[in-house]
Design a protein around this ligand. Structure first.
Ligand code: TRP
Ligand code: ZN
Length: 879
């Protein structure tokens, strides 16, 4: 790595800003190559600043890739000796405690491929300022604790009739030379990361929402004309979110207008800019013909997530970026509860826990491991992680579990009231939760500062004579980079006890069937009296804490829990435990060169599930899904990719063969051919139906493939079509797959979102998605390296969702990924640095594969100048 090492920023060095910006007035004169940005700032010395004392310290303004045209102070041109341009910004000497600055800069949106700051997507101007993109627009104290009232004027040629920014439209007209001019004013003070601007030739759909207090809010969803028919679901989701936040948190929307814009080029899912959310098209546009059930549900939850940020993020924001989980962890918890209320609670929980266990646990055990509130970073974009978002949400959920729902609501009310209009810390959030309830969360706070995944080991003892049952829990957290020694955490463990007939046993005099054990010591015992038979424990119900729980269940005990546990989540979890231990056994047998043994217990358990039409089909579908290769890699010690692949393949084939008649009959029952609706019940039925279809196709029997072919040709909705196509691509003959993919492409080539599905279906296919195929896809006219969705679909699909092909023994998959990461880093560092993730886990692999992955990483490191984003991940992974 040839470039100078980017510097590390530490939480302990935080200092309040020296100056505040009371008002920010921006004028944009839009042009692809030369956009002029004029910024008028009302600056004032911060009375709470720590530095400087009586002398006035210089004013620091962040700025990157800007051409400075002029600076005026109080109407006078600033002489050159008063300021200095430096890497990353501008330092200005100050001689009074209040003044006005006017700064003119020039930027080139057309050349901006990083998708941060102001850029073009399909000819439409848009911005992305979180976390530090505003400094690519103009010189500014680009930090979240500087909150300002913004006024934005946009001037653009007439081919951009829609000109949007935050807040309310206060003026519009035309300039003398016939260009359009619009002014927006946002009355709520905000940090620069929430600024947004959009300009384009856009259509919109409009709706209204009346708040609980009777105010009417105008809702607008903007897209390019071709997508105008794909807005309804997002609009309905938005109205549900607005109602839910009033009902559950007592939070009303605060402006008269709320806008959403869909853009095709976007680094993440969506962005909560005040009053003007900007969305990745894939996370907002849907129609039954083009979007799968999964897409419908993703849209509902992301629309909710961004809307909920209006309070948890915008009205109360973060003091600094170490506090990112303050808004993200809390908002993910809020959107998860919303989705649980709108759909099946158990299924939502299963999906979130699966993500946490596969990807977040892996992050926690890897070189980028960090606490929910990190202590340091080089590039903040690298810390928009599963740990900050998903584990952060688990931490908020644990507070909810420990305090109970009413106390939690009192805490959130106090938090919003106490800190409205402020930029605050995770500490302030916990303090509000305590103060509203007289609670003590002192030890609990360690969840924010201590990284790594805790392991909780459980042993039990039954004393028949005294009708006494006891559970002994022991916790330990393995070391993570920079944190060798860990302290005991406050871990809430929800438990129930089952009797021999499957009935829940009362745990106390009042007959509670479930209780929360508060594990706070390293080792602790909990005693239950009046237990008249040896119970089977149901532990960590609903995944009450983000830990690995160990208890040595036998196969038959797990089968029992699968059928009888009163906690739906734990029924699924018992099934997962059974599948994990079965697959571990198969891997052992494979490595020892032994014949693989039929997974009899799993097959028996699945047969019972398929025979019971009373069970929630969505839950059954989740139980029938074997843990992914990625999840298996996360369990156990050294990763042997070949053994994982062989074990999964054998288990799936055995299950498919043994239960074929049951899969077929369930498939037929569920194949109702109703008109498409994205409701929880219908989605549940389709998910089990398509799970059965996939198992049928694993047999590769002609009759099974024919069922899939019929479902594909019926062309009823994208969920069924893509499930059938995926099964045929995976298990059918290659020529058939080629033909179907071609006709699918011909039908959908005009639709960006479907083409992304089409790419992902191929790159992620264990049998079809070879490296050679992936390279062909990259040469396809619809592929675009500058579009993150396409990159994620093709390269990401291969490297992150195609364990079989990516881990080919010759190591070509790793070499290929290294090359792509190097190329992407020149265009879009944020995407390059995310895409490199699969290479960062090299230490966990078996020797020969470990050497190959390490070599690929080294190659990136030695390739020349890396962005700060990629440098941080690569250097920490090699360390
Ligand atoms: N705040 C956004 C969210 O979670 C995250 C986000 C969107 C983002 N775009 C980004 C973060 C670009 C970093 C860079 O809802
Ligand atoms: Zn968010």
């Amino acid at each position: 790595m040839k470039n100078a090492k980017p510097s590390t920023i530490y939480l302990k060095d935080y200092q309040a800003p020296d100056y505040l910006i009371d008002r920010t007035e921006l004028t944009f004169d839009l042009d692809p190559h030369s956009t002029l940005v004029k910024s008028r700032l009302i600056v004032r010395r911060n009375p709470d600043a720590q530095s400087g004392g009586a002398t006035l310290p210089p004013l620091w303004l962040d700025g990157i890739d800007l051409e400075l045209l002029s600076i005026e102070e109080d109407g006078e041109l600033l002489p050159a000796q008063r300021y200095q341009e430096m890497p990353g910004g501008l330092s200005l000497s100050v001689d009074k405690s209040e003044f006005e600055l006017e700064i003119q800069t020039r930027i080139a949106p057309e050349a901006n491929t990083s998708l941060e700051g102001l850029y073009l997507s399909n000819g439409m101007y848009c911005t992305q300022c979180e976390a530090e993109g505003f400094r690519k627009i103009t010189f500014y104290p680009d930090r979240p604790d500087v909150m300002s009232v913004f006024t934005t004027t946009i001037v653009a040629p007439a081919q951009y009739p829609v000109l949007l920014s935050n807040g309310n439209k206060v003026d519009s007209g035309t300039t003398d030379d016939g260009r359009l001019r619009v002014t927006w004013e946002d009355p709520f003070a905000k940090p620069s990361y929430l600024f947004a601007l959009v300009a384009g030739d856009l259509q919109y759909v409009e709706d209204t929402y009346t708040t609980g207090s009777g105010r009417e809010v105008k809702l607008l969803l903007f897209t390019e004309a071709r997508n105008i028919g794909k807005c309804e679901h997002a609009m309905v989701s938005l109205k549900h979110s607005m109602r839910w936040d009033e009902d559950v948190y007592g939070r009303e929307y605060d402006l008269d207008i709320f806008m959403i814009v869909a853009v095709d080029h976007f680094n993440m899912g969506a962005m909560e800019n005040k009053g003007l959310n900007i969305f990745n098209s894939a996370c907002v546009l849907a129609s039954p013909e083009t979007a799968t059930d999964a897409a419908f549900q993703r849209i509902e939850s992301i629309v909710a997530h961004e809307y909920f940020h209006n309070w948890s993020g915008n009205r109360v924001t973060c003091r600094d970026w170490f506090q990112l989980s303050l808004k993200e962890g809390f908002t993910v918890f809020r959107d998860a509860e919303f989705s649980a209320d709108m759909n099946s609670r158990a299924v939502k929980r299963i999906e979130d826990v699966t993500l946490l266990r596969t990807a977040q646990f892996a992050e926690d055990a890897g070189p980028m491991s960090h606490p929910v509130r990190p202590d340091s970073y080089m590039e903040i974009s690298n810390f928009y992680t599963l740990t900050v978002y998903e584990k952060g949400a688990e931490v908020v959920r644990m507070i909810h579990t420990i305090l109970g729902p009413d106390a939690f609501r009192r805490g959130s009310d106090l938090y919003f009231e106490r800190h409205d209009g402020q930029a605050v810390t995770c500490e302030d959030f916990v303090a509000a939760m305590e103060d509203a309830n007289g609670a003590d969360l002192k030890q609990f706070r360690r969840w924010y500062s201590q990284g790594g995944t805790p392991v909780v080991e459980v042993e039990d003892e039954y004393d028949a004579e005294n009708a006494r049952y006891s559970l002994t829990l022991r916790q330990h957290t393995p070391p993570t980079p920079g944190q060798q020694d860990k302290l005991p955490l406050h871990i809430p463990v929800a438990v129930g006890l089952l009797g021999t007939t499957g009935k829940a046993l009362p745990l106390d005099e009042v007959g509670s069937m479930e209780t929360v054990l508060h594990l706070t010591e390293e080792t602790q015992s909990f005693v239950f009296d009046n237990i008249y038979e040896r119970p089977l424990p149901s532990l960590l119900r609903g995944f009450s804490a983000p830990v690995k729980l160990r208890y040595s269940y036998s196969g038959s005990q797990l089968q029992f829990l699968m059928q009888h546990d009163t906690d739906e989540f734990n029924r699924w979890d018992a099934c997962q435990r059974l599948a994990l231990s079965t697959l571990a056994t198969l891997q052992r047998q494979y490595r020892a060169g032994q014949p693989l043994e039929q997974p009899a217990e799993l097959i028996e358990g699945f047969a019972v599930l398929l025979d019971n039409p009373e069970l929630d089909p969505a839950l059954v579908a989740k139980m029938l899904a074997l843990p992914s290769a990625q999840e298996l890699a996360e369990h156990g010690g050294e990763i042997d990719a070949t053994a994982i692949i062989a074990a999964r393949k054998f288990a799936r084939e055995s299950i498919a063969q043994s239960l074929k008649p049951k899969f077929l009959s369930r498939y037929k029952d569920l194949d109702q051919r109703k008109p498409y609706r994205p409701t929880a019940d219908d989605i549940a039925e389709r998910s089990l139906k398509n799970t059965c279809l996939a198992y049928l196709c694993i047999t590769a029997d002609e009759d099974a493939l024919a069922v899939a072919q019929v479902q594909f040709e019926r062309d009823e909705n994208m969920t069924d079509v893509s499930a059938a196509l995926a099964a045929l691509v995976e298990y059918g003959p290659v020529e058939t797959a080629e033909g179907l993919l071609e006709s699918f492409y011909q039908r959908w080539q005009q639709d960006t979102q479907v083409v992304e599905t089409w790419f992902g279906l191929q790159s992620g296919s264990a049998s079809f998605g070879t490296l050679e195929r992936v390279k062909q896809l990259m040469d396809h006219p619809a592929f675009e390296l500058k579009n993150p969705n396409k990159v994620r679909a093709v390269i990401g699909g291969f490297a992150m969702r195609n364990f079989n092909q990516f881990h080919k023994e010759d190591g070509t998959g790793f070499e290929f990924l290294a090359e792509q990461v190097i190329a992407l880093d020149k265009l879009n560092p944020q995407i390059a640095s995310r895409l490199v993730t699969p290479l960062t886990r090299w230490k966990k692999y078996r020797s020969h594969e470990s050497v190959q992955i390490h070599g690929a990483l080294k190659r990136i490191a030695d390739s020349g100048d890396l962005s700060a984003d990629l440098y941080e991940v690569v250097s920490k992974s090699l360390a």
